[in-house]
Every structure is written in structure tokens, then in C-alpha cells.
Design a protein around this ligand. Structure first.
Ligand code: SF4
Length: 133
């Protein structure tokens, strides 16, 4: 079975991704990751609180450590708690679709789950469009 390594808060980033990222290489990689989440093939999502398959192409990834500071780890913890995923290390794509995606579709504001980041305004715009609030 295919595997994808994702830090917890990237479950939200993938939900609101619309092609914009830190640079072209990052965005292209993220498109592939997001397409895996939309594919029919089952997938193991290996959840973590460190650098993952999205960070692999990020300019903020310094030797496997995110250089944006502690807030990114707090974001992981908060997103994990919001979706009831604390301590959960593996999630099947089918479980993501039945347990997490419905909660994402009910969100009206990014602030309900994510603290502020570079992309907050864009994520809110996409969330509003997607969830037709
Ligand atoms: S900013 Fe940090 S957490 Fe986000 S993708 Fe880049 S390295 Fe990963």
C-alpha cells in the first residue's frame, strides 16, 4: 500500500490548498500529495509532528527541521486535538474520508482549528468557497 508522511497540521493545509506555496517546487510536490488524498487507491497516512513529505520540498526545511519556530509544533498539536488524532500515528485514507473530511467540510473559519500563518487569508478564502459558507 502507498504511504504518505504528513504532519498533523498539513491535513488542513492539504484541504485548503489551491496551487499556492512557498515556491514552484513546493507547490508541484504539494499538488501531487493533494492528488493522492483525492485518489481512489487506499493509502496509509503516517501522521507525525516533524518534517514530512510536504516539508521535503520546503525552503524552510533545514536539514529535517522546520526553521519557522515552535509555533509550527503547537499547530500540529492543536490540529491533532481538534480532529481527535492525538497520539494517532497512522490513518488510512478511507478513515480520513469518513472521520476527518466531514469535520473539515463543516468548518466556517480557519481560526477554529489553525493559528495564524503565512497562508491564513488564502486558506480562509478557499475554505469559504469550498464549504460555501
Ligand atoms: S514551513 Fe515548516 S512545517 Fe511548513 S512545509 Fe515548510 S518545513 Fe514544513
Amino acid at each position: 500500500m502507498k504511504r504518505l508522511k504528513l504532519r498533523y497540521h498539513h491535513l488542513m493545509c492539504c484541504y485548503t490548498f489551491k496551487g499556492v506555496g512557498y515556491n514552484e517546487a513546493f507547490s508541484q510536490n504539494m499538488k501531487q500529495v493533494v492528488s493522492m488524498l483525492g485518489a481512489s487507491e487506499e493509502l496509509e497516512l503516517h501522521l507525525c509532528g516533524g518534517c514530512d513529505d510536504l516539508c521535503a520540498w520546503c525552503p524552510h526545511n533545514r536539514g529535517g527541521q522546520c526553521d519557522t519556530g515552535e509555533s509550527v509544533c503547537a499547530r500540529d498539536r492543536e490540529v491533532a486535538a481538534f480532529f481527535g488524532l492525538e497520539g494517532r500515528k497512522m490513518l488510512l485514507l478511507s478513515e480520513y474520508r469518513s472521520n476527518i473530511l466531514p469535520k473539515q467540510k463543516q468548518l466556517s473559519s480557519i481560526d477554529e482549528v489553525c493559528r495564524k500563518c503565512t497562508f491564513t487569508a488564502l486558506c480562509q478564502q478557499v475554505l469559504t468557497e469550498k464549504n460555501q459558507i
